[in-house]
Design a protein around this ligand. Structure first.
Ligand SMILES: Cc1ncc(COP(=O)(O)O)c(C=O)c1O
Length: 406
């Protein structure tokens, strides 16, 4: 470990405790002390129901909540803070789009194009919308290396297409999709693009305006923030036109027995008491990430990934899912160990003090398309070290022997 490793790891109580070699960062990341402190400080000193009271404490709570919104907007290059809607997680953001935009703009006979690499969170909401409206889900298959061919997309797009759902970075393959090129093709066909940024925002600089995405979702807990806070970004004009998703307190302008008018965005989409502590935690996580900067985080994660990838590629009994170039794996490597079930692989890692993930990673259609049932996934955050990767590789090399395979 070098001094940079130590400095970073000292920020994370759970990582610093050396309880486990934590390599399941695509599922969720650990939390730095500054984020824990910010949440604690909010509840200890500033807590009231935001947006509800005109007394000082409530105004302070509102300020804390709205300041987190401004930080999230600036992080992803949104034009206005109101383009950021706080939700529980990426899943809720994507369901909000499906229930609000989907059910009001998609009808029988229309088509929704969904990439085969989607996490179930950007897959099942569209299957549901299709079931409720009579629209059809059309699948955009990836190539064997996990890349998406725009030529194939152009063949699928037609005047029937209303929406294209695609992930920015796959949580299995780890590949960065060329969202700007996809958005251009989608817009040319008169449809909108819904992009899932759950695995991109934690690891790379994202600019939603440069990508020209209409709607974009991500979760705080995968980027050092608490669980229970997520983001939906939408272009303001589109959000203005979309109806509310959940109805109740704080999302109205006026209510009488005869007539209801709704609040402006973002409040129209944030009914009920909000997760102010979570938002404050997200704001602190964004400050924390900005403090180190994406350049440093990306470089560290790239080196860790390349080191693991090169060694794994040299093991004849390992098959890596997706591209055979480490550069196409943004901190994520899913793999098969010949002759050993992923659950056994993960159990052996766990017995050796290494946390990795096994299963279909909520991406069953992708696994089926690639002809596999499940895989093991190792995923990095910038607090991981080369020593941890070496330990991971050492355990990996011994797995077949432990299972009695020569
Ligand atoms: C690509 C992708 N999309 C969506 C999600 C869902 O995130 P959440 O469970 O935070 O809603 C995940 C979580 O693993 C993911 O990796």
């Amino acid at each position: 470990m070098n001094s940079e490793d130590t400095k970073i790891r000292d920020e994370f109580p759970l990582i610093k405790s050396d309880r486990v070699i934590y390599l399941d960062n695509a599922a969720t990341t650990q939390k730095p002390q500054c984020v824990l402190d910010a949440v604690n400080d909010y509840y200890a000193k500033h807590n009231a129901n935001p947006m509800r009271g005109l007394y000082d404490l409530s105004l302070e709570a509102t300020d804390a909540y709205e300041s987190a919104r401004a930080k999230a907007a600036s992080l992803i290059g949104a034009e206005y803070p109101e383009e950021i809607i706080f939700t529980r997680n990426a899943t809720e953001s994507l369901n909000l789009i499906a229930y609000s935009y989907g059910l009001h703009n998609i009808k029988a006979g229309d088509e929704i194009i969904v990439s085969v690499a989607e996490h179930h969170s950007n897959f099942l909401p569209w299957v549901n919308v299709a079931g409720l409206t009579g629209a059809k889900v059309v699948y955009w298959d990836c190539e064997p290396d996990g890349s998406f061919d725009i030529g194939r997309l152009n063949d699928l797009l037609s005047e029937k297409t209303k929406l294209v759902a695609i992930t920015h970075v796959s949580n299995v393959i780890g590949r960065i999709n060329d969202i700007r090129a996809i958005a251009d093709a989608v817009h040319k066909a008169g449809a909108i693009i819904v992009c899932d940024g759950s695995q991109s925002v934690p690891h790379m600089k994202v600019d939603v305006r440069a990508l020209d995405v209409d709607l974009f979702a991500f979760s705080g807990h995968k980027m050092y923030a608490p669980m229970g806070i997520g983001v939906l970004y939408g272009q303001k004009k589109l959000l203005d036109e979309m109806p509310p998703f959940i109805y109740g307190g704080e999302m109205i302008e006026s209510v009488t027995k005869e007539r209801v008018t709704y609040a402006e965005v973002p409040h129209k989409f944030e009914a009920g008491t909000v997760n102010a502590g979570g938002a404050v935690g997200l704001g602190a996580a964004i400050d924390f990430m900005n403090g180190y900067g994406y350049d440093l985080m990306e470089e560290r994660e790239r080196k860790l990934t390349a080191h693991a990838f090169d060694a794994m590629s040299a093991m004849p009994y390992i098959t890596i899912i997706g591209s055979d170039d480490a550069k196409d794996h943004l901190g994520i490597i899913a793999f098969k160990v010949e002759g050993v079930h992923p659950h056994d692989v993960t159990a052996i890692f766990s017995d050796s003090g290494v946390a990795v993930r096994a299963g279909h990673h909520c991406a069953q259609p992708l696994h089926k398309h690639l002809g596999i049932m499940s895989s093991t996934r190792v995923s990095f955050a910038f607090y991981n070290t080369m020593e941890e990767v070496d330990r991971f590789l050492e355990v990996l090399e011994g797995i077949r022997g432990k299972m009695g395979i020569q």
